[in-house]
Design a protein around this ligand. Structure first.
Ligand code: GLN
Length: 542
C-alpha cells in the first residue's frame, strides 16, 4: 500500500521544504520503507530549463532527461533514489496537457475548468508511475497564500479526502521567528498560515517549525492549541551547522514517529541512522582543508550551483578535508589579472554555463590552471572553454571560439545538429525551440585505456547526465591533440568528445557532462574525490 505525504510551506519561502522532504524520506528509508519523492511547482514554465539560474537556481537533470527543480537533487542525495521525469511537474506542464486533451476532443461537450479538469490532471500525476513504494512524499512548491499554488492545494485536499487518513497525511512547514527586541519566539505567523491552509480545507497533521532556538514547552502547547494538532506533532526544526544533521535532528524531535503513528505503523524499533552520524562526524571534524575557486557567472546565487557545491563537499568527505569555496565571478578577469585572484587556491573549477558573458574570464581561468599546473576541473561549459583556450594559446588557432557566441571562423565548439539517443537520431537546427531540446539526461561514454579518467573511474565505460546544446568540434581533435590534449572519453560512436585531459598536468580534466548530479554524500563521485585529492596535493605545494 502506497501512502502519500503532502508537504506544504507557509509564512515565507526559503524555509527548506526540499531538505525537509528529503530528510523525512531518509528517515522513512532508515526504518526500512521504500520511498519516492516528487515536487509540484506552481509556475507557468513547462519546466525550469529556460529559466535563469540566478532566479530559479540550478536545473537538476534526471537520468531520463528531465530538467527539474533543484529540490530533486536533495531528494536523490539524501535517499539515493534516482529521480525521474514523473517526479516533477509544473502548472505549465499540467495546463499544456489539459489544453492538448481539449484540442483532441477528450472533453467533448464539456466546459474545461480548473476544477475538475486541472485538479484531476494534478491528482493523476501525483499517483502516476507508482509501484511498490511504501511512501510517496509530495512537496508543493511556493507558499500557502500564493494565487499560483491554489489548484495544487485543492488537488491535494481532494486526494486527502479520497485516500483517507490511512493513506494520506499533511505536513506544514512554517517559521517561528525570534523577535530579539521582545526576547520572544512568535507563534502568530504559524497560526495565520495554518488558518490560511484550513480555509482551503486542509488541516495539517504535523507542523514543522523552523526556528533559531529551542521551542519552549509553553510555545509548543500554544501552537498545538491554536493550530488544532497534538503537541507531539509540533516538531521544532532548529537551524543546524550541516545539512546532514537534519535527519538526525528531526528524528530526535520525533518526526518519523509521528508519521508512523499517523499511519498506524510500528514505532518500537529505532531507525538505523549510523551513516548519518558518520557523515556529520566527518564534516565536523575534518583533518585539513583545501580552497577551490569556482569561476562562474551565476555566483551571486549559491543555489545556482547547488549540486556542484554538494559534490565538492562530498569530495572533501571522501578525503577527510573541508573544502572551502572561493566563488569568483568570471567577468572580473576581463578587468583584473587572474593571478591575484587565483594564485592562493588549490584547485580551479569552471562549471556549466550559457552565453558569451563571462566566457573570456573562464578561458583566462583555464589558461592560468594549465600554465601554472594547478588542478583544473572543467564541467560542460568549463570543458568547452578549456578547449578554446588550448586552441588559441597552444595550437595557435586564430580566433578560436564557440558558435554559441555568434558566427566564428574557427568553431572549436559548435552546435550539435545531430546525435544518437538510444536507437533514434536526434536532429536540431539553429531555429528550433530552446525549451527541452538540449542533449539531456544519461548517455554512455567510452573511456580510453591508460588515461587518468580511466584510472579514476576504474571501468572502461560510464554513464553520466548531460545538458548541452554545443559540443567540442571533432574536426579540431588533431590540432588539440597536437597541443597536448588527450580525448580520454568519447560517445560510443566516437563522434562526440565527452572528456579531455592533459596527461602531463597535475590534474586537468574537462567533462562534457555533469558529474555533480550523481554525487552522493555516501558515494562521492570519483571525479570529485580525485579532484579534491589533487587539490590537497597542491595545498602542500603552495
Ligand atoms: N552552453 C553550453 C552548451 O549548451 C554549455 C552548457 C552547460 O554548461 N550545461 O553546450
Amino acid at each position: 500500500m502506497t501512502r502519500f505525504v503532502f508537504i506544504t510551506g507557509g509564512v515565507v519561502s526559503s524555509l527548506g521544504k526540499g531538505l525537509t522532504s528529503a530528510a523525512l524520506g531518509a528517515l522513512l528509508q532508515a526504518r526500512g520503507y521504500k520511498v519516492r519523492l516528487r515536487k509540484l511547482d506552481p509556475y507557468l514554465n513547462v519546466d525550469p530549463g529556460t529559466m535563469s539560474p540566478t532566479q530559479h537556481g540550478e536545473v537538476f537533470v534526471t537520468d531520463d532527461g528531465a530538467e527539474t527543480d533543484l529540490d530533486l537533487g536533495h531528494y536523490e542525495r539524501f535517499t539515493g533514489v534516482s529521480a525521474r521525469q514523473s517526479d516533477n511537474v509544473t502548472t505549465g506542464r499540467i495546463y499544456s496537457t489539459v489544453i492538448a486533451k481539449e484540442r483532441r476532443g477528450d472533453y467533448l461537450g464539456g466546459t474545461v475548468q480548473v476544477i475538475p479538469h486541472v485538479t484531476d490532471e494534478i491528482k493523476e500525476f501525483v499517483q502516476s508511475d507508482v509501484t511498490d513504494e511504501d511512501f510517496v512524499l509530495v512537496e508543493i512548491g511556493g507558499t500557502v497564500g500564493d494565487i499560483e499554488s491554489l489548484p495544487f492545494l485543492e488537488a491535494i485536499r481532494q486526494l486527502g479526502n479520497e485516500l483517507g487518513n490511512e493513506r494520506s497525511m499533511f505536513i506544514h512547514l512554517t517559521l517561528v521567528p525570534f523577535i530579539s527586541a521582545a526576547g520572544e519566539l512568535k507563534t502568530k505567523p504559524t497560526q495565520h498560515s495554518v488558518k490560511e491552509l484550513l480555509g482551503l480545507g486542509i488541516q495539517p497533521d504535523v507542523l514543522m517549525c523552523r526556528m533559531e532556538r529551542p521551542l519552549p514547552a509553553s510555545d509548543r502547547k500554544k501552537i498545538a492549541l491554536f493550530c488544532n494538532v497534538r503537541p507531539e506533532a509540533v516538531i521544532p526544526a532548529i537551524d543546524v551547522d550541516t545539512i546532514y544533521q537534519v535527519p538526525i535532528g528531526y528524528h530526535e524531535e520525533g518526526l518519523d514517529v509521528q508519521v508512523c503513528k499517523h499511519f498506524a505503523l510500528p514505532t518500537d524499533k529505532e531507525p538505523d541512522l549510523s551513516r548519518w552520524h558518520n557523515i556529520v562526524k566527518r564534516v565536523r571534524e575534518p583533518e585539513g582543508e583545501v580552497t577551490i575557486a569556482v569561476v562562474g557567472k551565476y555566483v551571486q546565487l549559491k543555489d545556482a550551483y547547488k549540486s556542484l557545491s554538494e559534490a565538492l563537499a562530498h569530495g572533501g568527505i571522501a578525503n577527510n578535508v573541508r573544502v572551502n569555496l572561493d566563488w569568483i565571478d568570471s567577468e572580473i578577469f576581463e578587468r583584473e589579472d587572474a593571478v591575484k585572484h587565483l594564485e592562493h587556491v588549490h584547485g580551479i573549477l569552471v562549471p556549466g554555463g550559457f552565453g558569451e558573458r563571462g566566457a573570456e574570464g573562464k578561458i583566462q581561468a583555464a589558461k592560468f590552471a594549465r600554465e601554472r599546473n594547478v588542478p583544473y576541473f572543467g564541467i560542460c561549459f568549463g570543458m568547452q572553454m578549456a578547449c578554446i583556450e588550448a586552441a588559441r594559446n597552444v595550437a595557435g588557432v586564430v580566433g578560436a571560439n564557440s558558435s554559441e557566441f555568434g558566427p566564428t571562423k574557427n568553431p572549436i565548439v559548435g552546435l550539435m545538429t545531430e546525435w544518437i539517443k538510444g536507437n533514434e537520431v536526434q536532429k536540431r537546427s539553429e531555429t528550433g525551440d530552446l525549451g527541452g531540446t538540449m542533449r539531456l539526461g544519461a548517455y554512455p561514454c567510452v573511456l580510453k585505456a591508460g588515461t587518468k579518467v580511466a584510472a579514476i573511474y576504474g571501468q572502461p565505460s560510464i554513464s553520466e547526465r548531460h545538458r548541452h546544446r554545443y559540443e567540442v568540434n571533432i574536426n579540431y581533435k588533431p590540432q588539440l591533440e597536437k597541443a597536448g590534449m588527450v580525448f580520454s572519453g568519447m560517445s560510443p560512436d566516437g563522434v562526440l568528445p565527452e572528456i579531455i585531459e592533459y596527461p602531463d598536468h597535475a590534474w586537468f580534466v574537462g567533462v562534457q557532462f555533469h558529474p555533480e548530479l550523481k554525487s552522493k554524500p555516501f558515494a562521492p563521485h570519483p571525479l570529485f574525490q580525485s579532484f579534491v585529492e589533487a587539490a590537497l596535493v597542491q595545498s602542500r605545494l603552495v
